[in-house]
Design a protein around this ligand. Structure first.
Ligand code: 3PG
Length: 208
């Protein structure tokens, strides 16, 4: 699967923070049951890599990826754990090298036109606009569409079920990312029905 395939499977990529390893598989199953198959497990907590490993093994319908990639050494570990793709909040030369060396399909984060130029020069034309709302939201994406008509975005940061349709209506947006699908309170409570309901609502959204 390449990054565009991942994006088109969306149209919502849940940004997941796993505090307890035991949450990983039930959460993944709950999201998949609601029609959300692409899962971004962020490297923000100790169990993240093991969570990816478990989901990859035990939830075959999930397409699990790694999020919050910031260190080049994490690329190989994520790939070994079973990650099918990676998402990063930004992009550095060392990360470009790690992506090329490992072959992990990467959706890198950008926030400015110069970031877009640098990412595209490195071979990336599917990009995460991060943090999307703070970067200018809908207006920013429309403006970027002028000089960069060949770039497809996944806006993430400040996207909600309410404003997602406006983002998804843009011609240069293929999917959105957001943490609203896996709220901490529901994970702590083990309220998997709530997660499935949120996933159903999200998977009913349509990209253009
Ligand atoms: C993140 O990296 O936490 C994502 O941007 C999620 O942002 P959100 O909580 O605004 O959806």
């Amino acid at each position: 699967m390449n990054v565009l395939d991942v994006m088109r499977t969306g149209p919502v990529i849940p940004v997941i923070v796993i505090e307890e390893l035991a949450q990983a598989v039930p959460l993944a199953k709950a999201l998949v049951a609601g029609g959300v198959r692409v899962l971004e497990v962020t490297l923000r907590t100790a169990p993240a890599l093991e969570a990816i490993r478990l989901i990859a093994r035990e939830v075959p319908d999930a397409i699990v990826g790694v999020g919050t990639l910031t260190r080049p050494q994490d690329f190989k570990d994520a790939l070994d754990a079973g990650a099918k793709f990676g998402v990063s909040p930004g992009l550095t030369p060392a990360m470009i090298q790690a992506a090329h060396e490992t072959g992990l399909p990467l959706l890198p984060g950008v926030m400015t036109p110069s970031d877009v130029i640098a990412a595209r020069l490195a071979g990336f034309s599917e990009l995460k606009l991060f943090p999307a709302q703070q970067a200018g939201g809908i207006g920013m994406l429309k403006a970027l569409g002028g000089p960069f008509p060949d770039v497809t975005f996944c806006p993430t940061g400040g996207v909600s079920v309410e404003n997602a349709p406006d983002f998804l209506a843009l011609p240069n947006v293929a999917c959105v990312g957001g943490s609203w699908l896996a709220p901490k309170a529901a994970l702590v409570a083990g309220d998997w029905d709530r997660i499935t309901a949120l996933a159903k609502e999200a998977s009913a959204l349509k990209a253009r």
